[in-house]
Design a protein around this ligand. Structure first.
Ligand code: SF4
Length: 711
């Protein structure tokens, strides 16, 4: 009998995890669209998810490496053998007291993820790309106003009132990684009379829609915002009543003293934005009913914490905390713990990321997750012995990716690999696969159960959503969460006493008085239904040690860094003559970076439309200076690496910058491997051995560098 129905579930072609509806006809996904119950939208990447599901390159069986790491040669094995290999290695690791030398690299896209539980049971650590994306932002907001911020997802643009100002600083939400509703909501806010200001060295779709594009020098955001703060504070244009009530005693005096020499003129020399424009933007913000700031690229440079602190101070003095159109402060729903809960290991004493030449100073900073890219350093230091990875592609995403690939191949004198076991779960062939010992066929979002809970969920403030299988899984694929639950049952039955992933999620949902069944009946979504504003008014305090906003970060007094430095990242300030260009990467709506989701998707890498190309973009003024013509192949060289790539001229990039899309370079898979395009990480220094270049307060950012360009 013919059957066709729309089923609510969740997209996972990128980490925004939009609520969607999938139309399933006779057991086949035919169509997807945004779920109107979540004010839903879908982007082109999401729609191309069907192509991933039915790709003839799907990995269908567990694979075991034959030959050396890097060769990419495998043989098919059964699930039992794969499970035995993992269990045996982890038991041996624990028996010799080295459980902390196990890490699982993944994106912790949900606090409900059972992989966390497995890692804790072993005594290892989560390693994630999150720190290099967002940790500075998270830590800056936590330090200053004590909230877990509206993290990866944008401010709530649907709350921006008429006259409100939306500032995107190095952020490309029209290229997604944000909820697909974000572009529409920004444009709707503009229709209501809000203003969009885009601060970016590259003119992308956002800038094309903006009321004002400010082409800034990369990494100059802290200087620009401190220049604005100077103007607001010295001209009495700040929200004095808010600051008098909520800022910790003494901090405003300290701020006034600190800001004294951060004049718009002085800051203009650093960020290359005219002082009059810094003043104009400050005055616009002072007069507006709300201002929200969203940043991404700039928080990934080496001055990430400085920028995060400058940004936080700006939000505070303009009174834009938890107000409509300002910086939201999401709440965390009380998901029920699944008891007994394995204890988390001591990150401070056992964590492997505190390596490198500047270890002592860098140790000031703590973050609850390990930065992914120190895996290479940890292998070299014998601090990492077993490595699992899901939904990530470190062979391309690791800063200094060449260093990472070498580390995976390092051997002991007896010929064994220093990294004893590397397990990768994957849906389609990925670059990282070549270095893995075991490749486990993972499932798409159309084939698996997953409870997603995010305190920062865009549409509701916080929401739980259920991703459910809408079709039968392809081949012998199993979702990584199920694999870890099964392994957990073998190794730690006390912590994995629940029946399966669905029962596990049911227990967690009971914390908010819900069940999987009820959430499914509800359209696969649960939300308390309101964001709430100015929650600190009701609470009578901020969630900081003093209960007030803490502008001065006194915990960094020992290194003299209580206030933000306006300087550009160190890597932009050195070797300017030798490497005159700053390399900046950017996003496109067709590609979810280095992750395998969109790497081997034929729909998203269509050569006819040019979507498989990644030339180096240059301003024609720079091209003329270099004697290079549009389309020429040039050599791009940093202190770390060298690549050959075609040039494309555009006036949409600030002179002195060279632009590249992040996320190319794959040689595995028929689709992604067909262009000679390179990944920007070939040129980026390996952060694990360059800690002296990091923000000493912990901005674990390292995504850009200086380069020279020659014919
Ligand atoms: S932004 Fe696009 S790809 Fe990402 S989850 Fe939403 S619909 Fe899917």
């Amino acid at each position: 009998m013919h059957e066709s129905k729309w089923i609510p579930t969740v997209c996972y072609q990128c980490k925004a995890e939009c609520a969607i509806l999938a139309r399933v006809e006779d057991g086949v996904v035919k169509e997807v669209k945004g779920n109107p119950r979540a004010r839903g939208k879908m982007c082109v990447k999401g729609m191309a998810g069907i192509t991933t599901l039915y790709s003839n390159e799907r990995l269908k069986h567990p694979l075991k490496r034959v030959g050396e790491r890097g060769e990419g040669r495998f043989e098919r094995i059964g699930w039992d053998e794969a499970m035995d290999i993992m269990e045996k290695k982890l038991r041996a690791l624990i028996a010799r007291g080295e459980g902390h030398k196990f890490t699982y690299s993944m994106f912790p896209h949900s606090t409900t993820d059972p992989k966390w539980r497995f890692v804790n049971a072993v005594g290892g650590f989560i390693s994630t790309g999150l720190p290099h994306c967002d940790s500075a932002k998270i830590m800056a907001h936590l330090h200053t106003f004590g909230c877990f911020p509206n993290h990866h997802i944008a401010p709530m643009y649907f709350t921006v009132p008429k006259g409100g100002i939306m500032i995107l600083s190095g952020r490309h939400p029209f290229g997604c990684l944000d909820d697909a509703c974000v572009p529409r909501d920004i444009l709707d806010a503009k229709e209501r009379g809000a203003k969009l200001v885009v601060i970016d060295p590259i003119f992308r779709t956002e800038a094309a829609k903006a009321d004002w594009w400010i082409p800034i020098k990369p990494g100059g955001d802290a200087a620009l915002f401190l220049g604005m703060c100077h103007h607001l504070l010295t001209k009495g244009l700040y929200d004095k009543a808010f600051c008098d009530k909520w800022v910790r005693e003494g901090d405003m005096d300290g701020l006034m003293a600190f800001i004294k020499d951060k004049t718009p003129k002085a800051m203009s020399r650093i960020c290359d934005v005219p002082a009059k424009d810094i003043i104009k933007l400050a005055e616009m913000c002072a007069a507006a009913p709300s201002v929200c700031v969203d940043a991404f690229k700039s928080i990934m440079y080496g001055n990430a914490m400085d920028w995060g602190q400058a940004w936080s101070i700006f939000l505070v003095i303009t009174g834009n905390l938890d107000n409509p159109g300002g910086q939201p402060m999401p709440e965390i729903a009380p998901m029920a713990p699944v008891k007994p809960t394995p204890p988390a290991p001591d990150l401070k004493t056992l964590g492997y990321h505190r390596t490198g030449p500047n270890r002592g100073k860098f140790d000031n900073y703590t973050f609850f997750l390990e930065p992914t890219w120190y895996a290479a350093q940890a292998v070299k230091d014998d601090g990492l012995k077993v490595f699992f990875a899901s939904e990530c592609n470190p062979a391309l995403s690791e800063m200094g990716s060449g260093e990472w690939r070498e580390a995976m191949k390092m051997k002991n004198p007896d010929g064994s690999y220093k990294l004893e076991l590397f397990v990768l779960t994957e849906i389609l062939p990925s670059e990282t696969m070549k270095w893995a010992d075991l490749v486990l066929p993972d499932q798409t979002n159309f084939e698996r159960w997953e409870l997603l809970y995010m305190p920062w969920w865009y549409n509701f403030g916080h929401t739980a959503a259920v991703c459910r299988p809408v079709v039968e899984p392809i081949g012998e694929s199993r979702h990584a969460n199920r694999v870890m639950i099964e392994l957990g049952k073998r190794m730690f039955p006390q912590y994995f006493a629940f029946k399966d992933d669905v029962e596990y999620y049911d227990i967690e949902l009971s914390g908010v008085g819900m069940s999987m069944r009820e959430v499914l009946d509800n359209g696969a979504l649960w939300s308390p239904g309101t964001v709430g504003f100015r929650k600190y008014e009701d609470a009578g305090r901020f969630n900081t040690p003093s209960g007030k906003i803490e502008l001065e970060w006194r915990m960094y007094e020992n290194i003299g860094r209580q206030w933000p430095s306006p300087e550009l990242p160190l890597e932009f300030r050195k070797d300017e003559e030798k490497y005159p260009f700053i390399l900046v990467n950017f996003r496109t709506i067709f590609l979810n970076n280095t992750g395998a989701w969109s790497q081997n998707n034929a729909q998203l890498r269509d050569p006819v439309s040019g979507l498989d190309a990644n030339p180096l973009i240059l301003n024609p003024l720079d091209g003329a200076r270099l004697g290079v013509a549009d389309g020429d192949i040039v050599t791009v060289e940093s202190s770390t690496g060298k690549v050959r790539v075609p040039v494309q001229f555009t006036e949409k990039i600030k002179p002195g910058c060279a632009g590249i899309i992040h996320g190319f370079g794959q040689t595995m898979g028929k689709v992604a491997a067909r262009g000679p395009w390179f990944g920007d990480n070939e040129l980026i220094a390996d952060a694990g051995s360059h800690l002296e270049e990091q923000d000493l307060r912990g901005g674990e950012a390292h995504v850009s560098t200086r380069v020279r360009i020659s014919k």
